[in-house]
Design a binder for this molecule. Sequence first.
Ligand code: TYD
Length: 214
Amino acid sequence: MSAPASRGRFIAFEGGEGAGKTTQSRLLADALERLGIAALTTREPGGTPGAEALRGLLLDPELDWGARAEALLFAAARSDHVEKLIEPALAAGQWVICDRFLDSSRAYQGGAGGVDDDDVLALHAIGSGGLLPDLTILIDLAPAESAKRAKIRDGNASDRIGAKDEAYHAAVRERFELIATDAANRFVRIDGSGDPGDVHARIMQAIVPLVEEA
Ligand code: TYD
């Protein structure tokens, strides 16, 4: 009988709109594969059929969710994602790279939406057993640059949350900073300016310890 696979590592990307999380998730997964590490990329809200269905509801510009309802729905989507995709992959020894996770709920629904951080964490405890990433990569980008990139990407078709006003997105950024400072043991901050190759190089430097201990 072969030995059970050692548990994979869980890496989350966080940051505001247009910060480059999706591009960087893919570049990181490719780089890990080249190092012989099997890596799965996924995203939130989404990643499983049920969570993708909730994503459609959450981001629909025709709907008008309040921050508390959003927090519940994001937690429900996350619960399905963790149970059906993330935990099984980690248990099988795969590394999981997730484009947004819990800290997005803490920054958007909490920091910008006004839901108490303890309540967001309580929903996460109920839904997902409190699972935390081994490493959270916060890509920071100045608001003007981030708005410019999001505009190029989305034109006038940004989703319901992306379309919220400047003050909302400033509060998101501020809360991400606070969370990263508070949980410095599982966060790295990465400067998101420059071209994708530059940002990727900064990320590779930051994940050396995780790769070395694997
Ligand atoms: P995403 O598609 O990653 O947007 P972007 O590519 O612009 O970063 O995420 C969709 C939106 O959902 C984004 O505006 C952030 C928001 N969101 C929350 O408000 N709370 C959450 O818990 C998550 C995961 C995302």
